[in-house]
Structures are given as C-alpha cells and as structure tokens.
Design a protein around this ligand. Structure first.
Ligand code: SF4
Length: 741
C-alpha cells in the first residue's frame, strides 16, 4: 500500500545478495523514525546479530533518503549510509553521508531506502530503473577505479543515471574505504562493507517525482523558499563575509563566506571576478562560498578554481571544481579536473606534513584527491593522514617496517613534497595484501588505528597484528621520545592517547577529532564523546563560526539554551547546564538532518545575514519544510522529539552492540592528551583547548540528565525509552541485563 503522505516515496527495497531475492516493503512502518539515519538504525536494531564484524555476511548496510530528498526543499539531497563501521573499535554502528543527486534519484525511482544484506559469491552491481530492479554481473568492473566505474555504468544506463560505487580499496576490504557518488562526494568507512558483499555499484534512474502533500500550495512553498533565501548564509552558515565588504557591518576571517573582492574563478572558460557579494543579492548566493581559497590559499585558488558545484536543490554550492593542467602534463592522469570537498583536498596535504601554499601543495592536493577518490579511500576525518605524518616525522616507519619495504618506499619524493608520491602511497593503502611485496605500511594505514593498539593506546607489533598472531608483541616505541619535550611521553611507552598530534579524541572508539574541544569547548567534547565515530555534526559550528561578534553569538546562545552556553573558542569557562542543553540540541538537530535528509553543513539556521532581523535566523525551518512536504503539521518541538527518539535508538544500539551497560567508563572516555596538553597552561586559560577531568565528568552528569540517561552508566532509562515510544528497546535491553535498574 502506498502512503497518502507527501515526501516519502512509499517503499523500501531489500536486496539479499546471498539469495539474490529482491523485495519491496512499505516505508510507513518507519515513519516514526522520519527517514535516512532513522530507517538505518531501526533496521539494524530489528535485525541485530551479536558479535559480528562489519564485513561479516550478517551485517546489513542501509542507504537511505529522507522525506525531504527530491522534494525541492533547499539543501535536502544528502544520502545517509548506516552500517557497522570497521574503522572504529567494536565495529559499532555509524552513519556516513554523501551529497550530490543520488537520494533524489532514488526517490524518483520510488524508494526511500535500500537495505543491502547477505553476500554475493561473485561481483555484482545493482541496477534500478523505477520498478525494474536487477542484480547485474560486475566481473568486468571489479578492480576498476571509481571514475571508470561511473563512466561504464553511465554508458550502460545512460547519462541520467546516478551511480554510487566502491573502488579497489573497498574491494580489498580496507577499513578506510568510501562509497562514492559522482563528483567525488564520499561517505566514509563503509566501502569495505559493500566490498565484503561483492556489491561494486548501484545505478539508478528514476522517472517519477516526489509528491508534495495535496494540502500544500505552490504559494506556501515559494514563500518558504523566499524566507530561507533571506536568512541563509554561506557554507557552515557563515553569515558575514570573511573580508570587509562595503555593505557589511561585520567581517570575520573564520567565516566560510569567502566570495568577495579579489576572488576569481580563474580556471573557468570565461574567468569570473566574484566582486562584492551583498547578502540581499540572490543572484550571488552561489558565489558566496567559493571554497577553493580555503583549501589552496588565495593565489593558487584564483588560478585553478573553475566553479563551485554541489547537491540537488542547493543554492550554496560548496564543492570545489578545480582545474590543474599539471595533473595531465606532469602526473599523467586522464583528467585535469577534480571536484572535492573538505578532507578530500586536505587529507593528502596533511599526510605530507602540511607544506605551505604554492604549486607543490596544489599538486599534492589535486593529485592526491584524484588517487584517494579513484581508489575509494576514506581519511577517517584525517586519522589516516595524521598517522602517516606523525609516524614519518618520528621515524616510526623505519622501526616498524621490514628493511626491504622501508627501502622500497620513495622517501626522497616525500621529503621533496613531490606529488608523484601520491600514486604509490594511495595504491599501497587500496591494494592492501595484493600490493606487490611487503606492504605493512599500506595495510597498517588502511586497517584502522584501533586494530594496532592495546587498551592504553600503545602500539602492537604491526606485523604480528597483520599476521593475526594470537598473542601479539608490543612495539615498545619508547626510545625515540626520550628527548621529545613537546609530548607528555618522555620515559613512557608511546601511546596514541597521549599524542595530541594524532588527534584521537575518543579513546574507546579511537575516533578522530571533529569540531570537538578545539572548536567548541565542552559542547564539542561531549558530542565527540557520546556519539559513535566523530559525530559529523556541524550544528554547533554553524553558530560558533558564523562570523558575528562573540557578544552577539553569546546572546543568541543564551536565548536558546541559557546564560553561559557559549564560550569563545580557546577561552573556556567551567561546565554548566546551558552547555549541556546546547550539546543535546546539536545532536538532536544533527540526527534530524541526517534523517530528513537535510544538509547539516547549512542547517540549523539560528543566525542570518539580515541586519534588519538583528541577524537572527529561524530554527523552525526544518519543521516548516517537513510540514509542507508531508502534509503532517508538525511543530519544531514535535519534530525534534522524533529526532531525539532516533538519537535514543543510536545509544541503545551502541549498548547492544558493545554488550556493555557501563557506557560512562567504556564508551564516553576522552584521550589523555585532551587534558594534558599545554603544560604551562590551565584549563580555562585563554589560548588553550585543554579540558579538565573533573569538569568533563560534571559535563557527562549534566548531559545524561538532559538526555534522560542513567547517571552511573550513561544508558537511557526505561522511562526515557518509553517516553520516546521505544518500550520494545527497553524490553530487549532489560532481558540482556543492559538496562539500568
Ligand atoms: S552546502 Fe554543500 S554539501 Fe550542503 S547541500 Fe549544499 S552543496 Fe551539498
């Protein structure tokens, strides 16, 4: 039975790769979980299997759209991918995302989600043309890079097909692998899951539309679009330009409103001088972000930036399409164009030690991004590159690697910042055991750091781990650190939890920093602690980095969460309940966006560039969109409550997958460096991001209280779960002695 609501397409595909049986089920069962991430968590809860790894046959992977995708709602084309993740300890459930046009096409074909389960014996790809869904042989695609996979499937299906695929990295079950869609938009950590199932790609053509509720008029939709375009900023909702402009009261170098005088799209067929980008000039909304400058520096960006790109229904265009002719002439690549966002361009640069701007850096970034994307490698928010850079600078590889392998790596290229290094570097990671000769370096980088450390973050002997020795030896890397005053390691065994440069924030998951205490004090720390992986959350950053003066941000924060909710970056005060409310709000909104699916790089819009509104935005936009598209009149509080239900399910699923009730001490634990860095400074001093151990415990108390979680264990109580219609979750946890008394 199809739904009578607008928004949802009405059906979910379930594809069993073992039996090759493809079935359809109604989406209506999942409406309480909104869509996207909510569908993913619900499926994995219902079908939970104890103690499995991400790459086991029993693991499922859910690719999902939300009720807003394809509706035309602004910034609504993200796709959410939910599965166990091999990059984090215990292979806990995480969600990854990509932008582009995939989720709208899925909706146009008539589906809200695809549940992938089982395991094929031979490589296949999934072909969806509206109601016709088939598994096609993919033997000829296996081993092919992602760009050629896109091209081959587009040849078979036609240019209008939207394709998502894995590269050689996913095929080789490398944990740090992506699933990507066209244009280099990638979702991290789940490529190996598809690789284990031998599913190379999914191609979709949808010729339908997404229905909007009959009760909604075109005038209402236009009025909402008009309202959003009046209060939206640039990427991360930067609402003031990053340099002074004649129309602007404020500017801030931290804002991602980069488009302005002096910025040129120099590689466009007809170069464009961006000039001033006044907030009320709607023809220039798509020029505000112009992110290339942030990745390459002004001079290089002005030479190579071709144009911004982006997702279906997005006016912001945060993707960078750049053209570096040297990719062809000097690096022998089949293209001179590469599109990417954020870590795609930054990770190769981080891996090479962050050289300053200039052509060498540009080459590293563009050539590196090509090889990362074509192989389908994920950076784990920089963890891969941090490991490469730090182990290289400390001389660890010389100790860890067999002499022959160490000698075979072209370290002279690395030292000379020669982008040719990128080819061998990323090939080693992607091809893992199939790379010729010893490949300890590539296998180590690709496996995920958690595999190589003990409970204390100390390194095992890498070869022992790769050879699956029952009692692996410790690497005992101490002597290199005896004269290292920068780290709190002198005389101790090396531990990644002590090393601030490795940026491992959560020690139980071994997850990387992502807008944690370096961006938002305890608010960021709590987000990065209680959510699996890094939370991929920008709700807080969209306020903190909006560019408005600190006093204005503090005023907005106080109005939403109470006095003291906001501290300027690197000048933190003690924990308080306002910060706990802020942290909870961030995660609820993040989960909401990944369920709707809406871009969390833009929403929520609590501030705006409109001085006439005193720079105030509107946090109810999501509820207004949801109500108009679905026809279910829903207030902001009601929609947030639905998202909170999904967030509670995330926590319960984490408890279940870890089979661990003591989340406080076994999951919500920060690395030591977060407390111990900057020896000459105390927590609260201006200029440090260090946290305080007692203060973070107080923060957990306050956050748990806001979430309705048990103070001792950090697990949702029965009362909380029942409040969110999750009584069946409480029953299961109780039956396993995983529910607090
Ligand atoms: S801001 Fe970027 S990621 Fe977000 S919807 Fe727009 S183009 Fe996509």
């Amino acid at each position: 039975m199809t739904t009578t609501y607008g928004g949802w397409a009405g059906y979910i595909l379930r594809v069993n790769l073992t039996t090759k049986v493809i079935t359809k089920e109604t989406t209506e069962t999942y409406h309480d979980y909104i869509g996207g991430m909510g569908i993913g968590y619900k499926v994995l809860w219902d079908d939970h299997v104890d103690g499995i790894k991400a790459t086991d046959e029993e693991n499922q992977l859910v690719i999902s759209a939300g009720p807003l995708s394809g509706s035309g709602a602004i910034c609504s084309a993200r796709t959410t991918i939910t599965s166990r993740n091999p990059v984090i300890r215990n292979h806990l459930i995480t969600d990854g995302h990509f932008g582009g046009h995939f989720s709208p096409e899925l909706k146009f074909a008539g589906y809200d989600a695809i549940i992938i389960e089982g395991k094929s014996e031979t490589p296949v790809w999934l072909k969806i043309v509206d109601d016709t869904v088939t598994l096609e042989p993919a033997d000829s695609l296996w081993g092919v890079g992602i760009f050629d996979t896109f091209a081959n499937i587009s040849k078979l299906m036609g240019q209008q097909a939207q394709v998502a695929a894995i590269g050689p990295s996913g095929e080789h079950l490398v944990a740090q692998s992506t699933i990507q869609t066209q244009g280099g938009h990638s979702a991290g950590g789940h490529g190996a899951v598809l690789g284990s199932k031998k599913l190379k790609a999914i191609g979709i053509i949808g010729t339908g539309t997404v229905d909007i509720a009959e009760s909604t008029t075109n005038e209402q939709l236009r009025a909402l679009d008009d309202h959003i375009l009046g209060i939206i900023g640039a990427n991360n909702n930067g609402v003031v330009p990053n340099q002074p402009q004649s129309w602007a009261e404020y500017s801030s170098t931290g804002s991602r409103w980069r488009g302005g005088p002096g910025v040129t799209w120099g590689a466009a067929d007809n170069p464009v001088d961006v000039g001033e980008t006044p907030w009320d000039d709607r023809q220039k909304v798509g020029m505000r972000t112009s992110m290339a400058e942030m990745y390459f520096g002004r001079d290089e960006a002005n030479k190579i930036f071709k144009r911004p790109g982006g997702c279906h229904s997005c006016p912001i265009r945060c993707f960078c399409e750049v053209k570096n002719p040297k990719m062809k002439t000097e690096y022998n690549l089949p293209t001179e164009n590469i599109t990417n966002v954020c870590l795609g361009f930054l990770d190769p640069w981080y891996a090479m030690g962050k050289p300053s701007s200039g052509e060498k850096r540009t080459d590293i970034q563009t050539v590196g991004a090509y090889y990362m994307d074509d192989n389908g490698i994920w950076s784990a928010y920089g963890q891969l590159s941090h490991l490469m850079r730090e182990f290289t600078s400390r001389g660890f590889w010389e100790i860890i690697l067999p002499a022959e392998e160490f000698a075979a790596i072209n370290w002279a290229q690395y030292a000379d910042l020669d982008a040719h290094f990128m080819q061998d570097f990323y090939t080693r990671i992607a091809y893992s055991e199939d790379y010729p000769g010893s490949n300890i370096l590539g296998r180590c980088l690709g496996r995920g750091l958690h595999e190589f450390i003990n409970e204390n973050g100390e390194l095992y002997n890498v070869e022992d781990i790769l050879n699956e020795v029952d009692t692996p030896r410790m690497a005992e890397l101490t002597f290199e650190l005896e004269s290292d005053a920068d780290y709190d390691l002198v005389g101790k065994t090396y531990s990644v939890f002590l090393d601030k440069n490795m940026k491992v924030f959560n020690r139980s998951m071994v997850g990387g920093v992502h807008h944690a205490s370096e961006s938002a004090g305890q608010v960021g720390a709590l987000l990065n602690t209680v959510f699996n992986r890094d939370p991929q959350c920008h709700s807080h950053i969209n306020l903190i980095n909006c560019g408005l003066p600190h006093a204005k941000i503090a005023e907005v924060a106080a109005s939403l969460w109470g006095e003291g909710a906001f501290d300027p970056v690197k000048h933190y005060t003690a924990m308080n309940t306002s910060k706990a409310k802020f942290a909870k709000w961030c995660l609820v909104k993040n989960v909401l966006h990944d369920s709707l699916t809406l871009c969390n790089w833009m929403f929520p819009l609590v501030v705006s560039p409109d001085a006439n509104r005193d720079y105030i935005g509107d946090s109810s936009i999501e509820a207004q969109m949801f109500s108009l598209v679905t026809g279910i009149e829903t207030s902001e509080a009601e929609l947030d409550a639905m998202a909170e239900s999904v967030l509670q399910l995330h926590r319960a699923l984490t408890v279940l997958q870890m089979n661990e009730i003591d989340q406080r001490n076994k999951h919500d634990v920060l690395s030591e460096w977060v407390y111990d860095l900057d020896h000459d400074m105390s927590f609260g001093d201006e200029g440090t991001i260090k946290m305080d151990r007692d203060d973070i415990q107080i923060g957990l108390d306050m956050f748990y209280a806001e979430m309705g979680w048990d103070k001792e264990t950090g697990v949702p109580t029965r009362a909380t779960l029942e409040k969110f219609k999750l009584g069946y979750v409480a029953d299961k946890l109780e039956s396993l002695a995983l529910l607090p008394a």
